[in-house]
Each structure stands twice: as structure tokens, then as C-alpha cells.
Ligand binder design. Structure first.
Ligand SMILES: Nc1nc2c(ncn2[C@@H]2O[C@H](COP(=O)(O)OP(=O)(O)OP(=O)(O)O)[C@@H](O)[C@H]2O)c(=O)[nH]1
Ligand SMILES: [Mg+2]
Length: 205
């Protein structure tokens, strides 16, 4: 009996689109990272770094990881654009917060932007992946050092992880995507969003 329900749940979950919001201050490497994900997980090559411009609107990336459909929403991180972020919170299953680990002078800006994200009611219970990006640069700090710099309070009840990545050479990309799928699968928030979508009519998940 259990395996029947489990099989059904697995089937429903594989149909569900999981929305992952990519946030972080400008120049952290969000778009470059998304394009790298596309190269790793699809047969279409993502844009090379020299063709990526600062984001003003929204970039969408669809990839499949472990039979799950992930939809990434990449937003602009410039100060004047950060007020748009919250429009996407309600529908997000998880958040990826990207930090340029090679630029300590901007850690404070990242910290306060992330603290504001975490305080928002609409993101309650959303798993959080914090990426220490640009590990290909010798001056980049490790994920543990970044965690110390950011010194985030009130993370205890949230499912979170720090990961060292490079959007240039792909370090940590697969580990990050696989972790996201695993935690979203188990998250109460995913269940809440699925029920809410179901309540809005068939085919709405
Ligand atoms: N060395 C190195 N440079 C990177 C990496 N990821 C991004 N960059 C560079 O960092 C700069 C900013 O990258 P973007 O991807 O545009 O950053 P963003 O976070 O999307 O910026 P906004 O759209 O303005 O919010 C570009 O010059 C990228 O080539 C990385 O992993 N390593
Ligand atoms: Mg961008």
C-alpha cells in the first residue's frame, strides 16, 4: 500500500514545476550561473559569459534534474531593481542567493540584501542555497569563510546550505541542483504550493 502511494506521489511530483528564484546583488554572477546550468543540463549551450549583460527584466531557464522540472527565475540585482524581487516570492519553491566570493568589499551589501529576503513573510519555509561564486578566482573565499562573513541569524528553522561554485568552470553546479531537488521534494512549502495550485483547478500545477 505504502509503495502505491509513494509511487503516486513520485509521479505527481515529477509533473510539478518547481520554481527556483535566483537572487543576489548586481554582478554576483546570477545570469552567468543560469546559462552554465543550461549548458550542463540541456543539450542547448547557454550564452557564453562575454555575451551576458546586466539583467533588467527576468531571465527564465528550464532544466530537468533527476526527472524533476525546474524553472529558474533570474532577476536583476542592481539596487533600484531589488524591489521587484518580492513579486516572485509567493510562487517560489526555493531561493538561490548568489554572492561574488572574490569581492569582500561587497559582502556587507549582500548580507543586508539577504537578510531582507529572509525576513519576508512570503518566503516562509523556502529552502535556501547560498552560493559562494567565482571560485575560479584565486582571491575567492571558501563557502565556510563566506558563511562566517555573512553571519546570518535566524537561519536555524530554515533548510539551507552554503556551496562553493564557479559559473565559469561549472564547479559545484551539479551538487547545487541536486541538493535543491532533494530539499524541495521534502519541503512542506512544496506541498503547500502544490495544494494551492490544485485548489485553483486541474492542470494548474
Ligand atoms: N571569474 C568569474 N567571473 C564570473 C563568474 N560568474 C560571473 N562572472 C562575471 O561577473 C560579472 C557579472 O556576471 P552576471 O552573471 O552578469 O551577474 P548578475 O548577478 O547576473 O548581475 P545583474 O544581472 O546585474 O544582477 C560578469 O563579468 C561575469 O563574466 C565566475 O564564476 N567566475
Ligand atoms: Mg543578471
Amino acid at each position: 500500500m505504502f509503495s502505491l502511494f509513494y509511487g503516486l506521489w513520485q509521479y505527481m511530483f515529477s509533473k510539478l514545476e518547481l520554481h527556483v528564484l535566483i537572487l543576489g546583488i548586481d554582478k554576483a554572477g546570477k545570469t552567468t550561473l543560469l546559462e552554465k546550468m543550461k549548458s550542463v543540463y540541456t543539450n542547448v549551450e547557454g550564452l557564453p559569459p562575454d555575451r551576458i549583460v546586466p539583467t533588467v527584466g527576468l531571465n527564465i531557464g528550464r532544466i530537468e534534474v533527476a526527472n524533476r522540472k525546474l524553472v529558474f527565475w533570474d532577476l536583476g540585482g542592481q539596487l533600484g531593481l531589488r524591489s521587484i524581487w518580492e513579486k516572485y516570492y509567493e510562487e517560489a519553491h526555493a531561493v538561490v542567493f548568489v554572492v561574488d566570493a572574490s569581492c569582500p568589499s561587497r559582502f556587507e551589501d549582500s548580507k543586508s540584501a539577504l537578510e531582507k529576503v529572509l525576513r519576508h513573510e512570503d518566503l516562509k519555509g523556502a529552502p535556501l542555497l547560498i552560493l559562494a561564486n567565482k571560485q575560479d578566482l584565486p582571491e575567492a573565499v571558501s563557502s565556510e569563510e563566506l558563511a562566517r562573513y555573512l553571519d546570518l541569524k535566524k537561519l536555524d528553522e530554515r533548510v539551507y546550505m552554503f556551496e562553493a561554485v564557479s559559473a565559469y568552470d561549472g564547479l559545484g553546479i551539479r551538487e547545487s541542483a541536486e541538493w535543491l531537488v532533494e530539499v524541495m521534494e521534502r519541503s512542506k512549502r512544496t506541498e503547500m504550493l502544490r495544494l494551492r495550485a490544485g485548489a485553483m483547478g486541474p492542470g494548474s500545477v
